[in-house]
Design a protein around this ligand. Structure first.
Ligand SMILES: NC(=O)c1ccc[n+]([C@@H]2O[C@H](COP(=O)([O-])OP(=O)(O)OC[C@H]3O[C@@H](n4cnc5c(N)ncnc54)[C@H](O)[C@@H]3O)[C@@H](O)[C@H]2O)c1
Ligand SMILES: O=C(O)CC[C@@H](O)C(=O)O
Length: 526
């Protein structure tokens, strides 16, 4: 497997990839979109920082791409929709550069308060100018943190150590989280009104784009100082320029710009404006951390192991993952069994989780089930990333509930699939950590181990059915590894499930279907 590494990701951090004999690492040089499109089809995975743009066009050309790793937090340089459509997993390394970005924000705030870059510049010009750089202190000032996530919280703690009064705006975190940090959450307008310094730590989204604009600057305190080490585009740079020219904004520090690289901004002409070229994550420690994190995730993704920091599929806590992990295989097998069982166009899938599964985050199990259900049916490759989207695109409604009756089992997954020619249901359980069983099929209790090749034979409960079926299969030298029969009443309808050691030819299936009393025969390949 080949992994393309772009954007100068730390070589030392690539160790997990280099140590895997099945993985070849290729260090790429800066490429245009077209050059990347021409090269990408030979790669199974790719790692980027912020410079390389992984666009929809790149994904379209990426015949073998299974995973894109972002050595950092922000994934705004990766087209997530195109990645999901392609079935490529996107992973990031959200924890490794938190402290680096936080310390850079604090450095920018101190530099802004004390005119450090400007004074250094003068010294380098051999000018000893003491009068021009009268600063302000941070102690006693109010800091408004916009976005109280990983970096925002770390900044808040350090600002409190500098004896600042920290307030915050983050509509997605709880009061409890904020009060644990001794930070008061406030509406945005209040934060603007009260802050001497404002520091931005939210992602760039439709909501946060140009959050700092003419109107919001007008709501701020006279002489406010603004720091943005999050994402370019959250600050409307034209509005900031106007705000600084009018004196409303006493100073601003940007590490990120709407367009990068940017050496043309008029802001750079202003004496009270300082800037760095997107250096927030640029510490030796952070670069090593994010490279190791993302390299490990790429190895996991390429070798079929579970991946933690997924961006385009919901990620799950390690604790919850440990509980549901053993059931992933069972869910996928139940889906795959159903794919062979049903006839007609699938309209709806209902999944019920009961017993010990009912209290878990079962979404990944539903995804595994959809992957199993769609993979044998569709031409395109189906995986954990694109299975829900493929189901949605095909108009398949998926319902998931966790309040079912576990029918006496410790755990139970029941699936009902509706097609335009009827519906079928199936249920399975796990004994211990790995012993999967099919326990119900169309309302008949069975106890069958899901195996690679199986036959599903509903029939009338009467003599001279099981023997002839066995004889026909034996005539083709195919071994029967297991057999289960389920019935509700004597002489009614019954269901036979056979585990066989090979594919039963179509001719034999037809002969079995012709046995008096056999209702239907289906070959199930899991
Ligand atoms: N300059 C750099 O080199 C650098 C380095 C690392 C991270 N970053 C950027 O810093 C930002 C924060 O990273 P993080 O790791 O703390 O992320 P995070 O996900 O831990 O925190 C982001 C916080 O922003 C909040 N948020 C989202 N939308 C919001 C909105 N419209 N208004 C207010 N709050 C909102 C979220 O609730 C969350 O608490 C990201 O944009 C990331 O890309 C930049
Ligand atoms: O890779 C970088 O240098 C920047 C990373 C940073 O912007 C991030 O979002 O993690």
């Amino acid at each position: 497997m080949k992994v393309l590494v772009m954007d100068g990701v730390s070589e030392e951090g690539l160790k997990p990839l280099r140590e895997n004999p099945e993985i070849e690492v290729v260090i790429g040089q800066k490429m245009t979109e077209d050059e990347l499109c021409a090269a990408i089809s030979q790669y199974d995975a790719m790692i980027v920082r912020s410079a390389t743009k992984v666009t929809a066009k790149v994904f379209e050309s990426a015949a073998n791409l299974k995973v894109v790793g972002r050595a950092g937090v922000g994934v705004d340089n990766i087209d997530l929709e195109a990645a999901t459509k392609k079935g490529a997993l996107v992973v990031n390394a959200p924890d490794g550069n938190t402290i680096a970005a936080c310390e850079h924000s604090i450095a920018m705030m101190l530099a802004l308060a004390r005119n450090v870059p400007q004074a250094v510049g003068k010294m380098k010009e051999k000018v000893w100018d003491k009068k021009a750089f009268l600063g302000v202190e941070l102690r006693g000032k109010t800091l408004g943190v916009l976005g109280l996530g990983r970096i925002g919280s770390a900044v808040a703690k350090r600002a409190q150590a500098l004896e600042m009064n920290v307030i915050a705006y983050d509509p997605f975190i709880t009061e409890e989280n904020a009060s644990r940090l001794a930070v008061e959450l406030m509406p945005l307008e209040e934060v603007f009104k009260k802050s001497d310094f404002i520091t931005i730590h939210m992602p760039k989204t439709k909501n946060s784009y140009h959050l700092i604009n003419d109107n919001t600057i007008a709501q701020m305190k006279q002489g406010v100082r603004i720091v943005n080490c999050a994402r370019g585009g959250i600050v409307d740079e034209e509005a900031l320029y106007k705000g600084m020219m009018s004196g409303k904004v006493a100073g601003a520090a940007l590490d990120v710009f709407e367009k990068e690289p940017n050496l043309e901004s008029p802001l750079l002409e202003l004496p009270n404006f300082i800037a760095t070229p997107h250096l927030g994550a640029s510490t030796r420690e952070a670069q090593l951390n994010v490279a190791v994190d993302v390299a490990e995730e790429i190895v996991n993704a390429l070798t079929g192991k579970l991946v933690k920091n997924t961006v385009n599929i919901p990620s799950i806590s390690p604790k919850a993952l440990a509980v549901i992990k053993p059931y992933l295989g069972l869910a996928e097998k139940l889906g795959r069994f159903h794919a062979h069982l049903v006839d007609g166009r699938i309209k709806k899938v209902e999944v019920v989780y009961s017993g010990e599964l009912a209290s878990q985050d079962v979404m990944p199990l539903t995804t595994a089930l959809l992957k199993g259900l769609l993979d044998p049916i569709l031409q395109e490759s189906v995986n954990f990333v694109n299975a829900p989207l493929l189901a949605k695109n095909r108009g398949i409604q998926v319902f998931q509930t966790t309040d079912g009756d576990s029918e006496g089992y410790a755990n139970l997954i029941s699936i009902k699939v509706y097609t335009d020619s009827g519906d079928k249901c199936l249920a399975g359980t796990l004994f211990g950590q790995s012993d999967a069983r099919l326990v119900m099929i169309d309302g008949y209790r069975i106890d069958a181990v899901p195996s690679q090749h199986m036959l599903y034979i509903p029939h009338v409960d009467k003599p001279r059915i099981i023997g002839p079926v066995g004889t026909l299969i034996g005539e083709h030298n195919i071994n029967i590894a297991g057999m289960q029969v389920g019935r509700k009443e004597i002489g009614g309808k019954a269901v036979m499930i056979l585990a066989v050691d090979g594919l039963v030819p179509d001719e034999t299936l037809k002969e079995i279907a012709a046995i008096d009393g056999v209702i239907e025969v289906k070959m199930i390949n899991l």
